[in-house]
Design a protein around this ligand. Structure first.
Ligand SMILES: Nc1nc2c(ncn2[C@@H]2O[C@H](COP(=O)(O)OP(=O)(O)OP(=O)(O)O)[C@@H](O)[C@H]2O)c(=O)[nH]1
Ligand SMILES: [Mg+2]
Length: 197
């Protein structure tokens, strides 16, 4: 497929500070992981092309710090998909995730595909949010749910790929005719007699 025909899809990550939004994006886009990632300031922008699906993700990784909350609509407006991230060791982050879901349901694009990601699944011994509770919440709200680990990479590409598959296909717009191909025998400068009199 011609890269120009790839469908662009804006994807936003939202969630509590430290939940692992940037770690998930970096794991997925660059295949890297850091134990000491700096908190995101404002938002970070990355892209990822999924050749199999002809999709180009335009990813906005937002800052979880409360003082950036008012900027969020700028990043989720027009988004085709959202990943709301919480940390399975933090009930506060799960509560915050639910607040994000509510905000998107009220103010987001109504066709937005949402996923709830319970991250840091490798920290099972510190688990404080049960998968059953999160799954039940997600099901009630018609959201896709998965537990992930940016650290071990568990379910990370699956999360992004499953979202990408759920994005409705838009018909590729036909390319404009190329210069030099005559589609009309009328000379370009022919007087337009029938119009706009
Ligand atoms: N054990 C474990 N730690 C993780 C995982 N993902 C992220 N972390 C840790 O959590 C820290 C914070 O992760 P970030 O990706 O920066 O979190 P964030 O959601 O982007 O945070 P803000 O940018 O402040 O909103 C990282 O530096 C890692 O140490 C994970 O899957 N497992
Ligand atoms: Mg971040």
């Amino acid at each position: 497929m011609d890269l120009q025909q790839y469908q662009s899809a804006k994807l936003v990550l939202l969630g509590d500070m430290g939940a692992g939004k940037s770690s998930l994006v970096l794991r997925y886009v660059k295949g890297t992981y850091f134990d000491d990632l700096a908190a995101t300031v404002g938002a970070a922008f990355l892209t990822k092309v999924i050749h199999e699906l002809g999709i180009k993700f335009e990813i906005w990784d937002t800052a979880g710090q409360e003082r950036y909350h008012s900027l969020a609509p700028m990043y989720y407006r027009g988004a085709k998909a959202a990943i709301i991230v919480y940390d399975i060791t933090s009930p506060e982050s799960f509560a915050r995730a639910k607040n994000w879901v509510r905000e998107l349901q009220r103010q987001g694009n109504p066709d937005m595909i949402m996923a709830l990601a319970g991250n840091k699944a490798d920290l099972e011994e510190h688990r404080a949010v049960s998968p059953d509770e999160a799954q039940a919440y997600a099901a009630e709200n018609g959201i896709y749910f998965v537990e992930t680990s940016a650290k071990t990479a568990a379910n990370v590409s699956e999360l992004f790929m499953d979202l990408a598959r759920k994005i409705p296909k838009v018909e590729a717009t036909p390319k404009p005719p190329q210069a030099g191909i005559a589609l009309d025998s009328q000379p370009a400068a022919a007087p337009r007699s029938s119009c706009c009199g």
